[in-house]
Structures are given as C-alpha cells and as structure tokens.
Design a protein around this ligand. Structure first.
Ligand code: PLP
Length: 436
C-alpha cells in the first residue's frame, strides 16, 4: 500500500533539482522500468529499507559487491578499526600488500596487480597498459559487454569488420573509438575474421567471461578457447574483465570456471572490482610480472590515484575476502542461488510463462525467453514491457531486482531459505498476471 506521503517520490523530486536525473549513476533512475526509484535508508543482511520504511529482499547487493550481505559483523569491525586509524594517507600501507597477496592467492594468473578506486579506472588502465606493453593501438571488445565508461570503451558495433565502432555516448569523439573493434559475443567466425584482418595491430581483447551486463550470458567454452588461441597466436593480450564475476561466480573467479573445461586456461590480464572491495570504492587490474612492470614508476605506462589502495577500502576488501574463503562458502552460496533460479523457473513453467535462467556461484540471470540467449541481439529480443511488469510486481511484493532487463542479479550469504521462498512465492503470483 502506498503511504499518504511517499517519501521516495519527495526525495526524488528534491534530488532532481540538483542531481541530473536525480541519481548519481543512470540505471538507478528506473528509466527503463518506469516509476520512482527507492531511496535506501538502511540495509542489513539480505534486506534494505526505503524512505517509506518498506523492506525489500535485495538481489542487487550494490550491483555485486555485497556478497556477504549488508553489515556483516566481521567486515564492520574491520572497517571501524581502520577508520579510527585514519581515512587516507597517500602513502603505502601494509594492508595494500596484504590485499594484493590475498587476491593473487585467489586468482593465480595475476602475478602483480595495482589497486584503484573503480572498475572503470581499472578497465581503462588495463587497456592503456596493454597498448603500452604491446606497442599496438587497436583492441577488440564485444557488443553487450560493459567495461566502465572510459571513452574508448563506450562503443557500439560499426557497420563491418573492416570498420571500427561508433561512440555510444555524446562527447566521445569518433577518433577516440577509431581503434576499438566491436564484435558479436560468442561468434567464433567473426572473431577469426577480425584476427585475420587486424591480428598484427591488436593490443588486446577484453571480455566479460560471463557477461553480466547482458543480464547473464556465458561465453561458450569453444568461443573462449578460440579467444585464447587467437590472442596467443597474434601477440594480443587476453583481458578478462571480472569486475562483476571476480570472487563472485567462484572463489577463483570466472577464469577458474573456464580452466575446468580448458586445461591450463588463463587470461593474460584480469580486471577486478566489486567483491574485492566489499562495498567500498576499490578495484584492481593485474597480470604477468612482465606486463605489470611496464607500469609507472617501473615502466613507461602512466597510471596513478589519490585514493588508490585506500586504507578503509582495503580493510573492507580484506575482511570480505577472508569470509568468502571459509570452507564451504561458495558451495552454500551456489546452492542458494541455484535454488532461487530453480524456484523461479518452476513458477514460470507452472504459469506457462516463457522463461530461461542461469547462475554461477552467487550470480544469476533470467530472461522471459524460451532459451538462454548467446549474444546481445538475442538478449534484446526479450519483451521489455513484460519484464517491467514482472519487476514492478515483485517490487510491490518487497523483492528488489535490477531495474533493467539486461542486468544480472546477486545472491548473498545473508539470503535465507525464507528469503528465497518469499521471492519464489511473490514471483509465482506475478507470473500468473503475465500473459503467455
Ligand atoms: N566492468 C564490468 C564488467 C562492470 O560490470 C562494471 C560495472 O558494473 C565495470 C566494469 C565498471 O565498474 P565501476 O562501476 O566500478 O566503474
């Protein structure tokens, strides 16, 4: 029931006066789904409460970082202790070293890494480093993958393989994306053609191994294998953007999942964010020693940051990594996420609603389609209007999903069997209202 005074609406009106669109990141504005964004007052465990005091089961978890849920006691304690010791020094700390060691232990393809404050910074710096290390300018990205909002990465596919992409944002000059080649995800033929045409000029290929910015689309094993082979053959670096999947789909991140099917598989560089910061502004990029040593102050590739390796953020990240490394953590999280996905699938089937879903570790996605899509064009065949009805139906019932059909969902360790049963129960009701 809507309260007499809707505090979310009032806050949104106030926010819009001074913040463009009322939000500090566009998808929060509910533009895709319509309606008023919920202004969060507080969060605990798997739940948050909005400005009206309404409780929601949170399947966004700050878009991925909150793998332990909100306010985990061990994380809170670590952050409180770090805060008292000082917010920021602009000089190195032991915790930065500890966090680098912890990440490298979990993701052994990384021999050295640098900490930064956002996934955007990490992705942008990884591309610069790959270009600097190879002395080449061009790179490949895939349609539907998001790697942050650095200019050269805000690109949609051009009209053919011989041409490069077009900017997706005003303010990005065409010259800046001239060297960005955008290909279709999971399309081996296009990939081979692109390497045949441009292989010697390519610095790197950057990919979301499980594309969470297309909701949830896995790169197929043969496609990934071909990416690896072609990069190696042509001296281009394979960069895994694991900002979303890192320490989220498995302790060893998505690359450990591919290594199960492709013996010896490893990317050359990895970009991380979200979970490694546990909800604080922290991200990283890393790779082989030889490549990372090209970075300033050792090498000629410049990169820097006032708040990089921030002492409070590193404390939060370290405490989070400590918790997720406990025996059985990922087994439990995966089981829970799978139970949610299976529950939703069963409820949709009973209602005769076309539905397909997938999950890995604590990340999931679903589509109002009969079969899981393989690329961006197929994802966009989803019926946006029906998704919006599902989204709002669930929202009214206290379940908060990402407010856009091309975004993944996240389950945390704090989600209980009760939360999942409530979610599936709510979905069952809403599916009944969706037409076939
Ligand atoms: N890369 C991927 C795969 C992401 O999902 C995101 C953000 O969602 C980014 C990069 C950018 O990270 P940030 O928002 O921290 O700049």
């Amino acid at each position: 029931m809507k309260p007499n005074t809707d505090h979310n609406e009032a806050l949104f009106e106030r926010a819009k006066r001074f913040i463009p669109g009322g939000v500090n990141s566009p998808v929060r504005a509910f533009k895709a789904v319509g309606g008023t964004p919920r202004f969060v007052q507080r969060a605990q465990g798997a739940h948050f409460w909005d400005a009206n005091g309404q409780r929601y089961i949170d399947y966004i978890g700050s878009w991925g970082p909150m793998i332990l849920g909100h306010g985990h006691p061990a994380v809170l304690q670590a952050v409180q202790k770090a805060l008292l010791e000082g917010f920021s020094f602009g000089a190195p700390t032991e915790r930065e070293v500890e966090l680098a060691e912890a990440i490298i232990h979990l993701v052994p393809s990384i021999e050295m890494l640098r900490l930064v404050s956002s996934g955007t910074e990490a992705g942008m710096s990884a591309i610069r480093l790959a270009r600097g290390a190879t002395g080449r300018s061009k790179f490949i990205k895939f349609e539907g993958c998001y790697h942050g909002h650095a200019d050269a990465l805000l690109v949609k596919a051009g009209s053919g393989l011989a041409t490069f992409g077009n900017p997706t944002s005003a303010g990005v000059p065409p010259e800046v994306v001239r060297d960005t080649l955008v290909l279709e995800y999971n399309n081996v033929k296009q990939l081979e053609e692109a390497f045949a045409l441009h292989g010697r000029e390519l610095a790197c290929l950057i990919i979301e191994p499980i594309a969470g910015n297309m909701n949830f689309v896995r790169a197929s094993v043969p496609f990934m294998q071909r990416c690896r082979e072609l990069c190696s053959q042509h001296g281009a670096l394979l960069i895994f953007d694991e900002v979303m999947t890192g320490c989220r789909v498995a302790l060893g991140s998505a690359q450990s999942v591919y290594a199960q099917s492709i013996p010896g598989f490893a990317p050359d560089m990895t970009v991380l964010g979200k979970v490694i910061g546990g909800g604080m502004p922290l991200a990283a990029f890393g790779g082989s020693r030889a490549v990372m040593e090209q970075l300033a102050p050792l090498g000629p590739v410049y990169q820097a940051g006032t708040l990089s390796g921030n002492p409070v953020a590193t404390a939060c990240g370290l405490a989070t990594l400590q918790e997720i490394t406990r025996p059985g953590f990922f087994e439990d999280l995966s089981r829970k996420t799978r139970a949610l996905v299976d529950g939703l699938t069963g409820a949709a089937r009973d209602a005769g609603v076309a539905f397909s879903a997938d999950s890995e570790g604590g990340m999931f996605g679903f589509f109002l389609l009969d079969a899981l899509p393989q690329n961006y064009t197929q994802v966009m065949k989803s019926d946006g209007a029906r998704f919006n009805r599902l989204f709002h139906g669930l929202l009214e019932r206290g379940v908060y999903l990402a407010p856009a059909l091309y975004e993944a969902g996240f389950v945390s360790a704090a989600h209980s069997a009760q939360d999942i049963a409530e979610t599936v129960g709510a979905a069952r009701e809403v599916f009944q209202t969706l037409q076939k």
